[in-house]
Design a protein around this ligand. Sequence first.
Ligand code: SME
Length: 209
Amino acid sequence: MIAESKNQSSENFRQDSDCAFDGKICSWQYAGMESIQVSPSLGKKEAYEALLPQIFALLEGESDLIANLANIAAALKQGMGFFWVGFYLVKTPLFAKSKSPTPSQGELVLGPFQGPVACTRIPHGKGVCGQAWAQEKVLIVPDVDQFPGHIACSSASKSEIVLPFYLQPDFEGETRKVMGVLDADSDRLAAFDAIDELYLTRILARLCK
Ligand code: SME
């Protein structure tokens, strides 16, 4: 893309020299989207409708997983106002212990997130995140104190939604594998419902396509 003059009146335009890398990164700025824009007056569904195209634009043309997870977390925090939102990624040991009767499935390790500091490792089947991974299903928890084994990273967190996302198989017949989970927490009870599940699932589908 040709650089616009810095004297151009529109603040949506910047010189390429202002960008650390290449035109692709600048295209985000050329589009005038330097920050996520979701009006606080919108209802939840409308907020997601406004936010999703902005997230998809962020993902466009970028294949690096960590970069995309980081921007999704930032966009969801800013656009939806979650108390905490981020990713845990499945990490398996490089070398299985030779005498172990059951090879370790690995554990969830903290990835890109926005919000207060959080627990770094969650075993398979533990907490809401470990359960969503083990069951390979979306878990909506209206009251975390009622969820057996809930892992409290912050006492301010009252409800949460956790969605697994998948590494798609390369070959027909192979089964998909959980790559990680998206966890969103609220400081309000029962903050999450089918609307969150629908739109967050759409974001993860775009991430994994
Ligand atoms: N509550 C989660 C742990 C992660 S934090 O909430 C960020 C759980 O029970 O798995």
